[in-house]
Ligand binder design. Structure first.
Ligand SMILES: [Zn+2]
Length: 470
C-alpha cells in the first residue's frame, strides 16, 4: 500500500451519502486520501485519520493534511451533469420565446460560425458556473463542427482541465441538411463519412477509459431530425467497436414525434431502437414524450435518460415522466442542457426544478427531494457508466464532493438540511472537491480567475454576434 501524499478530512457535517440505502448522518465525517474516499460515517473523524496515520493505525505520515470544519454544512456527492452544449454559452439570451424547432432554425446560422477559440472561451465560463453550483462532472454534447474551425473538442478539454472538473465530452455530428429533409441548413452539417472519421479520431485522442479518468468521450449524432439513419447506425457500430458510450437527443417535442411519424412511420424510440440506439451503453437527452411501451424498452435495455427540466420548460417541450422512469428502473441523470435554452447554466438549481415540475404532473408525492438529489448524483453516474467510481460518498469511490453551507440566512433553522438543497434556493457552496482537489472554495473558483474567464467569454460572445450579423 502506497502512503497517500495528501488527506482531506471533513468533520461535523450533515452527510447525504446517496448510497444504495440512502444512508445519512446528521453529524458525520469523511476522509479523502489523494483522490479516493477512505472513510465516511457518523460522529467525529477517526483518530488514525486526524493523526495522519493509515486506517490500520500504522504510521503514515501524510505530508499534507487539511481538516475542514463542516459544521453548519450539508455534504453530498459532487453533482453530475449529463447533458449540455457548452458552446451555447456564447448565445445566451437569443430566440427567447420559441419552441425547439424555431429556436434551432434561429440559432443554426450563428452556431455555424463558431471555432475552437470561441468555444473554449464559452466553455470555460459555462464549466465555471457549473462548478460553482456543485457540479464535479460535466457532460457535454458538441455536434457543430464548421469547416476549418480547429480542434473544438480540444478546446473543451482544455477548459475543463483549467477549471478542474471531470469531463464527459462527446464527438457529436449532423449530416442531414435541409435539402435532404432535415432541419439544419446544409451549411451547418458534415458528410456522414467525415463525421464518423472525426468521431474515431476524437476517441483515440481524448478518451481515457481508466477507473479514475478525468476525460471520457462518447459518440453523439445530434437527433433524428438532423442526422441520417446511416450515420446513426454506423455511429452505434463504431462506438461499440471502440468501447465508448453513445449519446443523442430523443423524444424532446411533439414536433419531433410528428417528424418521425411522417418520415419513418415510427415514434423516435422505435426509430432509434431499430438503428441500434437502445442499450446500456446509450443515454438520451430529454425523453419528454415517452409512451408506456417506450419506457418499457428503456427499462429492458438499460438505456439512460438525461433529464433537463429547465430547458424543457424554456422551450415549452413538456415534462419528462421521471417518476415512471425511476419506478421502471431506467437510469436517470440530470442535465442543464445548453445555455441557449437555459440561461442559468447551474446544475444545483435543476434539482428543485425537476422535483417541482414533476409534482405538477405526478402529484405532491410524485417525486421526493431525495429522488431529485439521487438523479443529480448516483443517477447521473449510472447514466455515464461511472457508478462504481462517482455519484455517492462511499469508501473506495473518487473524492468528488460538494459541501453546502446551510446555516446562513437562506437556510438557518430549516428542519431538514437536505431539503435546503432539494427544495430551497441553492445553498452557498463552501467547498467543491474534484478528484480530491479543491475547485471551489467559499463560492469562488480557485484555479482560474473568474473575472478574466467572464471577460474572455463576453468578448467571444460579442465576436460571434458580429460574425453572425447581430
Ligand atoms: Zn441538448
Amino acid at each position: 500500500m502506497v502512503a497517500p501524499t495528501s488527506r482531506i478530512i471533513i468533520t461535523g457535517a450533515t452527510i447525504a451519502t446517496v448510497d444504495a440505502i440512502g444512508t445519512e448522518h446528521l453529524d458525520g465525517h469523511l476522509v479523502i486520501d489523494d483522490a479516493t474516499i477512505v472513510a465516511v460515517g457518523g460522529g467525529p473523524a477517526p483518530r488514525w485519520a486526524l493523526a495522519g496515520q493509515r486506517p490500520d493505525g500504522s504510521v503514515g505520515p501524510v505530508p499534507q493534511l487539511e481538516v475542514i470544519d463542516g459544521s453548519g454544512c450539508l455534504l453530498t456527492p459532487g453533482l453530475i451533469n449529463t447533458h449540455h452544449h457548452l458552446y451555447q454559452w456564447l448565445t445566451r439570451g437569443w430566440a427567447q420565446d420559441n419552441i425547439l424547432f424555431d429556436w434551432l432554425v434561429a440559432l443554426y446560422p450563428a452556431w455555424s460560425m463558431i471555432d475552437a477559440e470561441l468555444v473554449e472561451a464559452g466553455a470555460e465560463a459555462a464549466i465555471g458556473v457549473l462548478a460553482r453550483s456543485g457540479c464535479s462532472t460535466v457532460g457535454d454534447h458538441h455536434y457543430v463542427f464548421p469547416k476549418d474551425s480547429g480542434d473544438i473538442l480540444g478546446g473543451i478539454v482544455n477548459a475543463a482541465s483549467r477549471v478542474g472538473v471531470r469531463l464527459h465530452g462527446t464527438r457529436g455530428s449532423m449530416d442531414l441538411g435541409r435539402s435532404q429533409g432535415g432541419l439544419p441548413p446544409d451549411f451547418a452539417v458534415e458528410t456522414t463519412s467525415a463525421a464518423l472519421q472525426a468521431s474515431a479520431v476524437a476517441v483515440e485522442k481524448y478518451h481515457d477509459p481508466s477507473r479514475d479518468s478525468m476525460v471520457q468521450i462518447a459518440i453523439a449524432p445530434c437527433s433524428p431530425f438532423s442526422v441520417t439513419a446511416d450515420l446513426l447506425s454506423e455511429a452505434a457500430v463504431l462506438g461499440r467497436s471502440l468501447g465508448v458510450r453513445l449519446h443523442t437527443h430523443g423524444s424532446e417535442t411533439v414536433e419531433e414525434d410528428a417528424f418521425c411519424l411522417e418520415k419513418f412511420g415510427k415514434t423516435p424510440t422505435q426509430y432509434l431502437e431499430d438503428l441500434g440506439w437502445l442499450g446500456d451503453d446509450v443515454w438520451m437527452a430529454h425523453c419528454v414524450h415517452l409512451d408506456d411501451h417506450a419506457i418499457d424498452r428503456f427499462a429492458k435495455t438499460g438505456t439512460g435518460v438525461a433529464h433537463c427540466p429547465s430547458s424543457n420548460a424554456r422551450l415549452a417541450a413538456g415534462i419528462a415522466p421521471i417518476p415512471q422512469l425511476l419506478a421502471a428502473g431506467v437510469p436517470v441523470g440530470l442535465g442543464v442542457d445548453g445555455a441557449a435554452s437555459n440561461e442559468s447554466g447551474q446544475l444545483g438549481s435543476e434539482i428543485r426544478q425537476s422535483v417541482l415540475m414533476n409534482r405538477l404532473r405526478a402529484g405532491a408525492d410524485g417525486m421526493t427531494g431525495r429522488q431529485g438529489l439521487y438523479i443529480a448524483t448516483m443517477g447521473g453516474a449510472r447514466v455515464l457508466g461511472r457508478e462504481n467510481e462517482i455519484g455517492s460518498l462511499e469508501v473506495g469511490k473518487l473524492g468528488d464532493v460538494a459541501l453546502w453551507r446551510v446555516d446562513g440566512i437562506e437556510h438557518a433553522g430549516i428542519a431538514d438540511p437536505v431539503a435546503a438543497l432539494t427544495l430551497g434556493s441553492v445553498p452557498p457552496l463552501e467547498r467543491l472537491l474534484v478528484h480530491g482537489k479543491t475547485v471551489v472554495s467559499d463560492g469562488r473558483l480557485t484555479r482560474v480567475d473568474e473575472r478574466a474567464v467572464a471577460d474572455v467569454a463576453a468578448t467571444a460572445a460579442r465576436t460571434l454576434a458580429v460574425r453572425a450579423g447581430h
